[in-house]
Design a protein around this ligand. Structure first.
Ligand code: AHN
Ligand code: ZN
Length: 335
């Protein structure tokens, strides 16, 4: 009998020690220890790294569909997602520009934990505008833009998040989608031929032809023009119409992280952007984190928007860090 007690005591001690050292056990809502839920450390978003990914894209030159720079940058993006451990799917599609020019588009999708049914979608457009049609100098209207902010900034932030996902796994699966052919919408110099559907061709295609049959996600976050110094993000109209709970969740997280000077608690204008097909056609609530001016001052974009000045000089790595850290914390908070 004595022998049994001697054995039982260390065993029970061992169990107590094991239970105490299990940092992953958290209390459920009722205060009882519920099913074991794991808490995951939030990895540190590296703004220098994001900045390099933005710069790397601009080094290919303008990423206008059909050009060599576009092809080379697409190959680079797919290779980076693979390097960072994503399962990469590419969608090629044909679409017609407002003026009837045929475009060959390419959506690039990196999936993490593809069998997880709890999913979050992160997206940005990777193509750049063929025209600087908002430039102060008319001679530049037909010059393709560098698109450091309009295109590369959102993709750069998402590539850095992809790098983090290769190191740390959140409790949800993540799909990163780089949409093509967002920015060939009717130029200002040809407004008599304006076609609202000429924007967002890649997201229109994806929403109607998702890369996985029956694909769904809890919600999506679109990043558009997130790299300029002093950027301001308002609660965009369609985001509030279709996904106000997600807007408020993201803005709350930004506030907690001390980023309330960029993420403003104020409504913004309604914007035609890649989140619209995701909301309307794919029926996935999707918000747009997009740099605009306030509604009162017209609600337009930064002064470099669709000009030859949208280059690396407007990119502030601190702003990439503000957005990247916020989105990283949001996805690593999901259970
Ligand atoms: C319109 O100007 C209609 N939509 C803006 C979408 C966009 C263009 N985002 C970046 N470039
Ligand atoms: Zn644009």
């Amino acid at each position: 009998m004595k022998k049994k007690y001697l054995l039982a005591l260390p065993l029970s001690l061992l169990l107590v020690v094991a239970a105490c050292s299990n940092k992953n056990t958290v209390k459920g809502k009722t205060g009882n220890v519920s099913a074991v839920e794991t808490t995951v450390a939030v990895p540190k978003f590296n703004a220098d790294s994001a900045y390099r990914y933005v710069e790397a894209q601009t080094m290919f030159g303008p990423r206008v569909p059909g050009t060599d720079g576009h092809k080379a940058c697409g190959d680079y993006l797919a290779a980076k997602l693979k390097e960072f451990g994503a399962s990469v799917t590419e969608q090629t599609f044909e679409a017609y520009r407002y003026d009837g020019v045929k475009m060959n588009g390419r959506n690039i999708i990196g999936s993490y934990d593809p069998d997880n049914r709890k999913r979050i979608l992160l997206c940005a457009h990777w193509d750049t505008r063929p025209w600087a049609d908002r430039d102060a100098d008319e001679k530049n209207y037909h010059t393709p833009i560098s698109g450091a902010n309009d295109g590369a900034s959102g993709v750069g932030v998402l590539l850095e998040i992809a790098r983090l996902l290769s190191i740390e796994k959140p409790q949800v699966g993540i799909d990163i989608i780089f949409f093509d052919a967002e920015d060939s919408g009717t130029p200002d110099f040809d407004l008599q031929n304006y076609d609202e559907n000429s924007w967002c061709l890649g997201s229109q295609y994806w929403a109607a032809n998702k890369h996985v049959d029956g694909y769904n996600a809890r919600y999506g976050i679109l990043l558009d023009m997130v790299g300029a110094a002093g950027a301001t993000f308002y609660k965009e109209g369609f985001s509030m119409e279709y996904a106000s709970a997600i807007v408020n969740k993201v803005w709350k997280k930004a506030m907690e992280l001390g980023h309330s000077s960029a993420f403003l608690a104020e409504r913004g204008t309604y914007l035609t952007d890649d989140h619209l097909p995701v909301n309307r056609t794919a029926n996935i609530p999707c918000i747009n984190i997009v740099h605009t001016n306030s509604v009162n001052s017209g609600g337009s974009f930064g002064e470099f928007w669709h000009t030859v000045n949208d280059n690396m000089a407007v990119i502030d790595k601190n702003m990439l860090g503000i957005v990247g850290e916020t989105v990283t914390h949001v996805i690593f908070s999901e259970k």
